[in-house]
Structures are given as C-alpha cells and as structure tokens.
Design a protein around this ligand. Structure first.
Ligand SMILES: *[C@@H]1O[C@H](CO)[C@@H](O)[C@H](O)[C@H]1NC(C)=O
Ligand SMILES: *[C@@H]1O[C@H](CO)[C@@H](O)[C@H](O)[C@H]1NC(C)=O
Ligand SMILES: *[C@@H]1O[C@H](CO)[C@@H](O)[C@H](O)[C@H]1NC(C)=O
Length: 412
C-alpha cells in the first residue's frame, strides 16, 4: 500500500505560496488482479456489471453493435450494462493514438515529450473494463457521427487538457483536411470543416458566473454562487456538453480566484469549500435543468480528476513510470467527487457522469511532473515542490477519457 495526498492545482498561478497542508489521504490498494496478458476480446463474454454510466433518463438512442458483426481485438464488444469505468490498465504498445510532434494544439504545459520527459511508457496503456471492452477511438467514425454538430468542453484547465486531447485525436485522422482553430481567453474552437464539426473549450473553472464589480468602492472579483446565466449564454446551442469543476473551489491564499462569493444580496469572504462547491454545482444543475433540451443536447459531467503527491517519501508523481496495478482504490475519494455525484444524481435532466476518478487515481505516472514548460530550470530541480501532479501529459490519460466519452456517446 502506498499513501498519497492530493495536491491542489498549481497551474497559471504563482508558485510561491506556502506549502499546502495535506487535505485528503488517498490510499491505493495494490491488488494482485493485474492482467499481464494483452487481452483478447472474447465476444461470448457476457456483461454482468452493474452501473456504468448512469443518467436519470435515457434520451439518446445508442448504436448497439450487431452481435453477428465480426469482432477483433480493437473493434470492440460492449455490453449494455457494463460499467466501463471499472477495470484495470493493460500495457498496449499500439498506443498512443497520435504523435505529439504532429499535433499542433498541445499546450506547452501538457507537451511532456517536447519538454524532455525521457520515458514514454505512460502513453502506452489501454483501459480494460472488467466485464467488457471499450471501442478503440476511431476518429473518422467520430467525425461522421458528429457531422454538423458542436461538442463543447466547459470547465477548468483539466478540461482544456481533455479538449486538446480530443482535437489531437481527431486531427490525427485528417492531417491534410481543412480545419479552423482559434484559441481565446474564454472560448477556443477547433473545427473540422469538411464535417462541419466544431470542438470547443469554454473556460469556466467554477461553472457559475464570476464578475468584476464594485464592492464598497473597490473593483472586486465576485463569484456568484447562484448564477450561471452569463456563462450559460456561451453553452446554449452545443449538441454535446462535457463539464468539469472541482479544483478551483479549494484554492486559498494567492491561488484563490475570487475576492467575494455572492449569494443573493449577501457577500462572503469565507465559506466552507465543499459547501460553496455544492452551491455552485446546484446552480449549474438548475441551469441545465431549465435551459437544456435533452432531445437536442447531451450533457456529461466528468468526475474529479485526482492529483498525486506522496507524503511517505517526500516525493510525488515525480519519476513515477507505471500505473498502479489492479483496479481498486480503497482510500477516501477527493471530497469533490461525492458532491458532484450527488448533484448529478439529483438532477431532472439526463446527465451522464463520466466516472474517471478511480481509473485516473491509478495513473500517478501520467502527470507532467517537471516536464511542463511552465516551470523554470530552477523549479524543475525541485520536484517536491514544483512538479505538476495535477494536469496530464498529452498524449496520455485524457485520450482514454475521450475513448470513454466516445463509447458513452455512441456505443454503451
Ligand atoms: C470465451 O469464453 C467462453 C466462456 O468463458 C469460453 O467457453 C470460450 O472458450 C472462450 N473463447 C475464447 C476464444 O477464448
Ligand atoms: C466476418 O468473418 C467472416 C469469416 O471470416 C467473413 O466471411 C465475413 O465477411 C466477415 N464479415 C465482416 C462484416 O467483416
Ligand atoms: C465510479 O467508479 C468506481 C470504480 O469502478 C466505483 O467504485 C464507483 O462506485 C463509481 N461511482 C459512481 C458514482 O458510479
């Protein structure tokens, strides 16, 4: 057993803050259930798993694989009741699904190979759900299915990570095709013009509105716990929305994104982090319930993306080269996980919960660590303090989140 502590997100913000107290103890269970074989698909496997992606109603018709279709190792069988998020990692040298040097959209902070990361095995793992297999990402199939549609990722830099993964995955299938790309402060968009497909990222780390306003004669940043109207204007019209939020709610000190929190006419300078997060998530949920037509728009919430740093040996994700074997995770989940889960469960709209927290907890090897271009040479020599153990290298883990999203959209 190894003991890890979640560290807060450090990106885009000063690194000079005081050391962060350990917030959550995360225990990894090192089970022996690791499958060393490069699994072959046994198409007679029955799916007996419970759960899977839950949603409060089923509105989108999913394409089911025809059982008479021939199945190969990568052309995959998915059982309708299979929990695609419960499983283990399998070493697979057919990954990664794209070449970092050929994808022009990767931010320097995620571009680990370009930044000199010496190992690359972390790119070569496939997710194997326990009772089924997920379909390998097929960019042309994805583009054809998305034809004329808009897929929008909304949230913080972890969703920017996933968005860039998605556009790299798609770009790899159409290197010569006509594309459009613009990166903005709030909205960034990639388009595959021949398919009329738009894949964008809307930055809203708290999901709820954040405004600059005058409070007691001074310009202040106010986080409106009870409003998502301003941000929501940017979300209307998307056909598929993938949300996340979590890390920013626990930032304190220099890293805190707001001066006041506002609810109704009341302003707060402090509030219990998870209470605030619960309020913000509920506001987001109400906005979805009142503004989204489930026949038109499919909504996902991607569960909390865990950070890794260790208190046992003074290290952290630095120099980790392999995933944790097995599939179980026995420790307490980051508290954001349960808050988001409760809100999603209580919503009237059919929101699919992309439950990637556990499978990502097993991937301490997949963070940029010191191979982020945000770090100075000096900072790279002090991984205990500066390693980025929150974001993920590209190619890497977010590609698998997108494979799961692809399955969840069209094949589960
Ligand atoms: C598939 O699984 C069934 C049931 O476990 C087994 O009888 C069969 O031999 C397996 N087939 C292959 C190709 O592994
Ligand atoms: C499936 O396999 C059979 C036998 O190998 C072959 O005749 C058939 O054309 C294949 N079907 C498809 C859809 O590939
Ligand atoms: C998420 O997945 C983990 C791992 O399979 C599982 O233990 C947990 O119950 C799941 N949670 C939800 C809300 O589906």
């Amino acid at each position: 057993m190894a003991v890890f502590v979640s560290s807060r997100l450090q990106k885009k913000l000063p690194h000079q803050q005081p050391a962060i107290p350990a917030l959550v103890l995360l225990l990894f269970h090192l089970s022996l259930g690791f499958d060393p074989a490069h699994s072959t698909v046994n198409s007679s496997t029955s799916s007996t798993g419970d759960g899977g992606i839950y949603s409060s109603s089923q509105s989108w018709q999913k394409e089911k694989l025809n059982p008479s279709q021939n199945l190969t190792m990568s052309d995959v069988f998915i059982g309708s009741r299979c929990d695609i998020f419960s499983g283990h990692w399998v070493h697979d040298f057919s990954y990664p699904l794209y070449d970092w040097s050929k994808c022009p959209y990767i931010d320097g902070e995620f571009d680990c190979q370009k930044n000199g990361r010496p190992d690359s095995d972390y790119e070569k793992w496939r997710w194997k759900p326990r009772y089924c297999n997920i379909r390998r990402f097929n960019a042309v199939d994805m583009l054809q299915k998305l034809r004329g549609k808009t897929l929008m990722f909304v949230g913080d830099s972890l969703n920017r990570d996933q968005w860039q993964s998605m556009i790299c995955l798609l770009h790899a299938a159409l290197p010569q095709a006509r594309t459009y790309y613009v990166s903005g402060d709030t909205l960034s968009t990639f388009k595959a013009l021949d398919y009329g497909v738009s894949v964008s990222f809307y930055r809203a780390p708290y999901l709820v509105d954040m405004v600059t306003t005058t409070v007691q004669g001074q310009q202040k940043v106010v986080l409106r716990l009870d409003s998502a109207e301003i941000n929501g204007r940017g979300w209307k019209g998307a056909d598929i929305l993938v949300f996340n939020s979590g890390h920013w709610w626990t930032h304190t000190g220099n890293l805190r994104g707001w001066d006041y929190m506002q609810e109704g006419n009341r302003f707060y300078t402090t509030m219990d982090q998870m209470v605030a997060y619960q309020k913000g998530m509920a506001t987001w949920g109400n906005w979805i319930d009142s503004n989204i037509d489930p026949r038109r728009t499919k909504v996902f919430f991607r569960s909390f993306s865990p950070s890794h740093s260790s208190i046992t040996n003074g290290g952290n994700c630095y120099s980790e080269k392999e995933p944790t074997a097995g599939s179980s995770y026995l420790g307490a989940y980051p508290p954001q996980f349960q808050v988001a889960e409760r809100v999603v469960r209580s919503m009237r709209s059919p929101v699919s919960f992309l439950n990637i927290t556990t499978l990502s907890l097993l991937r301490q090897d997949a963070h940029p660590s010191v191979y982020s271009n945000d770090l100075t040479v000096g900072q790279r020599k002090n991984p205990q303090r500066y390693a980025d153990c929150s974001h993920w290298c590209l190619p890497g883990l977010p590609d698998i989140w997108n494979e799961l999203l692809y399955s969840a959209l069209f094949y589960v």
